[in-house]
Design a binder for this molecule. Sequence first.
Ligand code: HEM
Length: 435
Amino acid sequence: MSCPFGRVNGEEGGQERSLGDFKGLNYTSYLQLHHILHAQETITEAHDEHLFIVVHQAYELWFKQVIYEIDSVRAIFSEEEVNEHKMLEIVKCMQRVVLILKLCVDQFLILETMTPLDFMEFRDYLSPASGFQSFQFRLLENKLGLKNELRVRYKQETYKKVFGDDPEILKAIKDSEEEPSLQQLLSRWLERTPGLEEEGFNFWRKYKIAVDTTQEEKRREAEAEKEEHMKNHIYAQYKCRQELFDSIFDEKIHNALMARGERRLSHRALQGALMISFYREVPRFHQPYQLLNLLMDLDSLITKWRYNHMMLVQRMIGTQLIGTGGSSGYQYLRSTLSDRYKVFIDLFNLSTFLLPRNSVPPLDRQMKTRLSTMEEPEMEERRGKVVRSSAFSASGFVSSESPCPLDNSEEKMFSDSDLEKSLEESIERSCEASM
Ligand code: HEM
């Protein structure tokens, strides 16, 4: 493939005119390099100031791209139905975000080639400008779902104070606070995880039984233990786990933790996330599980970004100096490393509630069928029926107006066709693999 900006298309002497020619488009004009490459105006003679500007600008461009991707994921999640194809799009965007953030985490290394003495040459001229005034960084935090009340206050003021009366920025910030965040949209989507309904498989009831059984085993183990200190140890473990499990089975405790910001997903969304984690090998849950992992990657990478930035600051200005924006600099940045700033904290904590594979409630036949991949065109064609893409729709996993032909009615489902038989076998295989 030739360069997308090239005009010669390989034909003999041929210079094919493209649409861009008519607009006088070329590499420089299309990328608006006249703007971008003239935007590095240093205010001192210090050699390293140029690097300082370029690195910040590169960060802001990447922030812009990350926001762009997060906005499109939010748009998809806001739709009535999130089908398989859209899940693929979401996962693609999130993979891109994760890669960009990895780059951002490492990009500090380049700025670290500047010594504190080099920085001193122009640092004082920057005041009161500060990265704290990066409105894109705030947009990103808000769009992901960082709650205002969980932020560390800056000079006892709201973070918005630094934007003064810039109407455009203030409007963008206000919108980002009011629109549903990725975290909220994820929570709503997880609430619709198939298998959570009271009727049918009822994952939550089965999970509770499995937890009670494992806990009972632990209690018996403690009772049977002869040695006193071992007995106490096993009892302590048992009680500790019981408290943890109570905190998810008792919705009131869960909601109290939510109110304190220690949990962010709704009670039902947490159930959905757990279900996806347990049955991740089932075809329908492949992409949802991938997404949950990507969201944890995202949170980890933002925390790593905060950490690397803080280390850079410590290296450049030490721990005592007041930041150019007037906060306690290093100390303030350190406080943003806490779990309060992790938007998808519940996903990290899911591992606390996992059970050993042999205690995981097995999926029943109907559930296995629901969670299988059923969108092969050949299958639809042969059945002569329309199967709506059915994952995680707002009205439930499978729409009631257009029931999936593989659901419920066993006579209809497993009649005589070889195709159906082979489908069932493949479902069995993938579900067994997940146990
Ligand atoms: C020599 C390099 C740097 C120094 C000394 C520095 C210093 C600081 C300090 C002291 C703060 C705390 C607020 C304040 O009082 O000003 C801060 C915040 C911030 N800086 Fe930097 N910074 C540097 C590089 C960067 C770079 C390359 C970026 C990339 C965009 C950046 C983005 C930010 C952001 C977004 C905040 C707000 C963080 C938050 O509130 O959680 N900084 N910086």
